[in-house]
Design a protein around this ligand. Structure first.
Ligand code: PLP
Length: 428
């Protein structure tokens, strides 16, 4: 699952003691396990190897350049949604030919930037965007490839903010209209509309929604092919689950064994996957220190030095993150990570941050070993949509990031300073 484990009551990331790292860099800090990133990537690559996929790591989930570089070194491409992500992916050594560019609001300058780079595919989200990219490619006389993002109207059974493939979502084109759009726009001399893309939401903890969505788009593809249209690329998106709770998500091979029979030998030259969370979530923790224990109206609060500006998932998505002290008496070493995890002697706390918002809460009524000021807490499964969604709200400098490789830990992003807070505002 990941490379965070307790050894004699002390949390280790691979062979590095988390407390020792904190001794050097302080808190709050994100700590990542390089082995976990690589192992998760390799598991997906191996599970889907029968269809020889192009794996485009979804850079939005964790875009630190050191992590992108590591994944590019494994052969990964990138799923990007902005000019900034394209810039990062290229800086990390990513091959633009193995990149897919989605997003409903690509600007002309971003489209041009992607054309200059030699992007693999534009994943097109509307007719208006399609027409615009056709104009730009024709003006510039650049041939490029595109996939039409189809909204298959599937319920991925996830949080409403992360469901992207239901009718009336802003993403993609309605499946009822997809075929006629491709018929109308496919014969363009510069924009080769030869792919179909879906990304139905995240996290999706079963293969079933993929099966339903792929089955629906395959019918569209078959109908087009009958009339001579070439559809040689199928991008099935990301969204594979991660173990926020122990064994919550299927393994890569569980998804693969159901999805592969549907897409193998169907005449696709390129099968693309866009995993993010399933690679990154369990590869990272956010470590925070208890500042104060407060008792009020019969309730105990553990007030910590990380806030919702550092990890917004709990307030934004009602997301669960397992939280446990970095150093515990051996009798308190947890044997699973779940909301209901219990053992004798635990005390109930609301774990809250210092931000002036009542939503700034990492856990409510969470049972933990008794805490005191100065204790370190690990917030698990924070490697995806953690740092990348962080902000400077309340003028809090963004935290540092550390990448561990066995017993070596490397600072891969320094803690921001107060000067960083205002530097873009000092206009001379
Ligand atoms: C188009 C697209 N592809 C892939 C992903 C990655 O999803 P996940 O991190 O759940 O794998 C996202 C996430 O929002 C997305 O929007």
């Amino acid at each position: 699952m990941d490379r965070f484990e307790y050894r004699e009551g002390n949390l280790f990331c691979e062979d590095s003691s988390v407390a020792d790292i904190i001794g050097q860099v302080g808190t709050p800090v994100y700590i990542y396990s390089s082995q976990t990133f690589v192992e998760h990537y390799r598991k997906i690559a191996s599970a889907f190897s029968p269809v020889n996929p192009i794996i485009c790591y979804s850079i939005k989930c964790n875009s630190n350049i050191h992590i992108c570089r590591m994944l590019a070194g494994e052969g990964s491409g990138f799923d990007i949604v902005s000019g900034g992500e394209l810039f990062r992916a290229i800086q990390a050594g990513g091959d633009p030919a193995k990149m897919v560019y989605a997003g409903v609001g690509k600007t002309d300058s971003e489209i041009n930037q992607a054309l200059d780079a030699g992007i693999g595919w534009f994943n097109i989200e509307s007719v208006a965007e399609l027409e615009n990219i056709q104009c730009i490619t024709a003006d510039r006389k650049i041939v490029t490839r595109a996939a039409l993002r189809i909204n298959p109207d599937i319920d991925p059974k996830t949080h409403r903010h992360t469901a992207t493939g239901k009718k009336h979502s802003k993403f993609g084109v309605d499946i009822e209209e997809a075929e006629s759009i491709i018929r109308k726009y496919a014969k363009h001399p510069f924009l080769q509309l030869t792919g179909v893309h879906i990304h139905i939401g995240s996290p999706i903890n079963s293969a079933q929604p993929y099966i339903e969505a792929i089955t629906k788009v395959l019918a569209v593809i078959e109908s087009l092919r009958k009339d001579g249209f070439v559809i040689d690329t199928l991008d099935i998106g990301g969204g594979f689950g991660a173990d926020y709770v122990t064994n919550q998500a299927p393994l890569a091979e569980d998804y693969a064994k159901e999805i592969i029979p549907l897409i193998k030998d169907r005449g696709f030259k390129n099968i693309i996957l866009e995993p993010g969370r399933s690679i990154a979530a369990n590869a990272g923790i956010l470590v925070t220190r208890v500042l104060y224990i407060k008792e009020s109206a019969g309730k105990k609060f553990a007030i910590v030095d990380a806030g919702m500006n550092d990890l917004i998932r709990p307030v934004l998505y009602d997301a669960f993150h397992f939280i446990w002290p970095v150093n515990v008496d051996e009798k308190y070493v947890p044997n699973n990570r779940s909301e209901s995890f219990d053992m004798p002697g635990l005390v109930e706390y609301d774990v809250v941050g210092p931000i002036c918002e009542s939503g700034d809460c990492f856990a409510k009524a969470r049972k933990l070993p008794e805490l005191k000021r100065g204790d370190l807490l690990a917030i698990f499964s924070a490697g995806a949509y953690g740092f990348t969604m962080s902000s400077q709200y309340n003028s809090r400098p963004r935290v540092a990031e550390i990448l561990v490789r066995q017993n070596l830990s490397k600072l891969i992003r320094r803690r921001e300073t107060y000067q960083d807070l205002i530097s873009a505002e000092l206009l001379g």
